[in-house]
Design a protein around this ligand. Sequence first.
Ligand SMILES: [Zn+2]
Length: 326
Amino acid sequence: MVTLQLDRELRIIFDKKAVFLDSSSSSDIACITHAHLDHWGGASGLVMMTDETFHILRARKVRINNHITSNYGEAVAPLENIRISSMNSGHMLGSCLFKIDTPSEEIVYTGDLNTVETILEKPAEAVEAKDLLIEATYGAPLYKFGPRECIYAQITKWIVRTLKDGFIPCFKVYTAGKAQEIIAIVNNLLNVDVILSPDVYKVSLVYKKTYPWMSFESINSINTNEIIRNGEFVYVTASMSARVFTPRRTKWAIATGWAVSTPFPQFDAAFPLSSHADFKGLVDYVEAVSPERVITTYGHSITFAKFLRNLGYKALALEEKQRVQL
Ligand SMILES: [Zn+2]
């Protein structure tokens, strides 16, 4: 018998062994889907992740005691009768979804996933499975992001106009993933330098191993002095506290899927650039996997499960049940 449990940490329990999913574990094994810190959980036992996730977490000063690498398409058997494979989830560099096979069940856990191609990442792979445990961050119909190219066009237009008006365009975004997507947009679509806060710079150096064409400088580098004097650059940081360019004027933008539903009055611009699938992306992903049962979790999980039930799926939100026997 296999049990899914969310009461303290998300985990699959099989034959008294636990596979922790993006949550902390001091025993058995924890599968970490990507290098966002809310998915790390501080695991002190054996951890499974891709090589890229490992290096990004290390760049973010996360201490990892004991890990095994699982790259896309590879399967490992870290516990008796449990085989775990990883595939691309499209969310950020190195992000993966896990397929967990036991003698009686096959479960796909998506972690955070994105179903559209971005300037850096391929869309999530649809992996056939009997049970699908899917994130539902934007699992409500109002979350519709539109074509990626249009959002990129809005961002580049804003940067050009901001520079023309004599301001420095500054982005406050996630240190890992979103920051590098902004860098890639500027590198590919504009002829403007990019300067990064030190934390974003460290993670971007890991990205540069996969994308050697990426071009950026750290705010702490001596190379940036002249760029800052010229005033023609984009600044990317995870924190608005670093208003480093006074007396030169700045304008601030945020890039997040929540821009669809939430006003951000403290920013000059808000772009609905998300590393997650929107509502339609989630529905399309479920249809592509075509599972016997769907368990939704995170964000709008209850709304999303209800919508899937109306489509005829056997679906429930883990947040409603906390414990599900498969
Ligand atoms: Zn994430």
